[in-house]
Design a binder for this molecule. Structure first.
Ligand code: 6PG
Length: 227
């Protein structure tokens, strides 16, 4: 199970952020031209933050953007560790994207309630136009972790015992992610080298499983790629 065919190695994390922002803006223009709207799923963690800051400084047809989340941590709505709070601080708080078109996961309600609510909310808009994903040092993506299994028929999973705190989370399923028109994966830093090596060696890591099923583009920086 080698890396995706569309894998780009860029000089550093700033170059990855710049390429990611450019690809997202291009996908938005195409989606809005074709369908009048752009439905983008955000990744959590730290990696995408620089790309979000670039988007905050960009000019786009914001009133036609709709923001969704790939996963969320079961924490209070204003907790700094929430993916929605990171995205708000890096980009969305000052954005012209209408608040009614920004769809955080209600993870503060608990994993099961939030997963059920989000599964209903996304049903009418699938397939997403683009899903952004990061990768953890163990090869997880969104909140799909190695060794954890979920019901195949779920659009959104309730996640417990996550090895990456907090233990309770909500995550889009592999099927929901891979139904998207495009998946853009951002992986940077020396900490990801081992997971990339395992991915190249054919390990069935969650990110590898998603990549196999998706129309995916992977952006790496040289530090991560030199496994
Ligand atoms: C989360 C993220 C998670 C993240 C990876 C990489 O809630 O933690 O959704 O999947 O993308 O763990 O995180 P970094 O970008 O911080 O390395």
């Amino acid at each position: 199970m080698s890396l995706p065919e569309h894998t780009q190695v860029l000089s550093d994390s700033a170059a990855v952020a710049a390429e990611a922002a450019a690809l997202i803006l291009h996908a938005a223009d195409a989606a809005i031209a074709e369908r009048g709207a752009f439905h983008l799923v955000l990744a959590g963690g730290r990696t995408p933050e620089a790309a979000y800051r670039l988007l905050a400084g960009s000019d786009a047809d914001w009133p036609n953007w709709h923001i969704w989340y790939g996963d969320e941590r079961c924490l209070p709505v204003d907790d700094a560790e929430r993916n929605s709070v990171m995205a708000a601080r890096a980009w969305l708080a000052g954005s012209a994207i209408p608040a009614a078109q920004q769809h955080p996961m209600a993870a503060e309600l608990g994993a099961e309630a939030a997963a059920a609510q989000y599964a209903d909310a996304i049903a009418a808009v699938l397939p997403f136009d683009m899903v952004l994903l990061g990768m953890g040092e163990d090869g997880h993506t969104a909140s799909l972790f190695p060794g954890q299994s979920h019901a195949e028929n779920e659009r959104v999973h309730a996640v417990h015992d996550s090895p990456k705190p907090p233990p309770d989370r909500v995550s889009l399923s592999v099927a929901t992610i891979s139904s998207a028109r495009a998946v853009l994966m951002l992986v940077t830093g020396a900490g990801k080298r081992d997971a990339l090596r395992r991915w190249r060696a054919g390990e069935k890591l969650p990110i590898a499983t998603v990549a196999l099923e998706s129309k995916v583009q992977l952006l790496l920086d040289e530090v991560a790629a030199n496994a």
